[in-house]
Design a protein around this ligand. Structure first.
Ligand SMILES: [Fe+2]
Ligand SMILES: [Fe+2]
Length: 339
């Protein structure tokens, strides 16, 4: 699978839209109780910061590119994310009918953001792209999709549909770059001092990242996606992408696949089970979805998916058209096969 960068750049330009295309003077059609209104406002406010983080990642990727077309594509992806941030912040205001409280970002996110934006500028493009890919799949797409489904409001649906069209381009670029970093050595030259600094910033992420992901993603998803189907889809998708021959040379593929292979082994299975129970005891969160798509759990299903030509496997595509209308991965597949 590949893309034509020049056509993709044109797609990025053509796909620009404005948040003022929507009539923000409208009031929500759904009637929300106090608790739900507060919850939706907080989720959309948090989402507006998450979109900024995604924008920051794309800006870093744009800076890391030598190719002027790829640089410009990523700059447009950055502009998309800034627009998403503004749009979902507007949605937070739109649902804030009763002004029950002033909504503020979580402390975990405030601690995480500056450290993350520093870290992504001290890593190689392949690693930055892995951050983008996983961030987009779990936060930019899966979380936003579940919030939108939860609230079921026409304005929210219309805005998320526009965001979704942008996300399909982002996802296509994430997959393209995962393969591109496999075929091309894009590693930066790091001095010894750079490596020390990089190790320190990554260390900070290890300290401050878990609370951010728990508060901003895993805990909301536990209630928005109680069956874990969405998270299982994300896990299958990542496994499938990283099992492809085209990404085997990507510097992130080997450690990722080695980690998966360990947890698929007899001893790794027991270690994984123990870790999941410890984490569940400490946080109340169930991480059994990480087993989705593993050879141990679903070998037969995996074989079916592997035999398909698509990157993600159409039967496992996130948000199928029929079920939700939120079809960033379907659209990404179309871009990858048609651009
Ligand atoms: Fe976004
Ligand atoms: Fe995105």
């Amino acid at each position: 699978m590949s893309i034509n960068p020049e056509k993709m750049l044109q797609k990025c330009k053509d796909g620009q839209w404005n948040i003022n295309d929507f009539d923000w003077s409208k009031k929500p059609e759904v009637i929300l109780d106090r608790e739900t209104e507060m919850r939706i406002c907080q989720l959309y406010l948090d989402m507006s910061y998450i979109e900024r983080i995604a924008g920051n990642l794309f800006l870093a990727l744009s800076d890391l590119m030598d190719d002027p077309i790829l640089k410009e594509i990523y700059y447009y992806c950055y502009l998309d994310e800034v627009r998403h941030s503004e749009a979902v912040a507007k949605l937070a205001d739109y649902f804030d009918v009763h002004q029950y409280k002033i909504y503020t970002p979580s402390f975990a996110m405030l601690r995480f953001i500056p450290r993350f934006s520093k870290a992504i500028r001290s890593v190689n493009p392949a690693v930055a792209n892995l951050f983008v890919l996983t961030g987009e799949l779990i936060l930019d797409i899966a979380l936003l999709k579940k919030i939108n489904e939860f609230v079921e409001d026409p304005m929210s649906q219309a805005v998320v549909k526009k965001i979704n069209a942008d996300e399909s381009r982002h996802l296509a670029m994430d997959i393209f770059m995962t393969e591109h970093c496999s075929a091309n050595n894009m590693n930066k030259e790091f001095t010894f001092i750079d490596r020390i600094k990089s190790a320190f910033t990554i260390g900070e992420l290890v300290v401050f990242g878990p609370q951010f992901t728990i508060d901003l993603f895993f805990r909301p998803m536990q209630t928005l996606d109680p069956t874990q189907k969405e998270l299982e889809s994300v896990m299958r998708r990542l496994r499938r992408l990283y099992s492809k021959e085209e990404v085997s040379g990507n510097p992130t593929a080997k450690p990722f696949n080695q980690m998966l292979a360990f947890f698929d082994s007899d001893i790794g299975d027991k270690v994984g089970w123990g870790l999941r129970r410890v984490v569940q005891g400490a946080t109340g969160l169930n991480f059994d979805w990480t087993l989705a798509g593993s050879a141990r759990q679903s070998g037969a299903q995996n074989q079916i998916v592997s035999s398909s030509n698509s990157t993600f496997g159409s039967d496992l595509a996130l948000g199928s058209k029929a079920s939700s209308g939120f079809n960033a991965t379907d659209l990404a597949e179309e871009i990858l096969s048609g651009v």
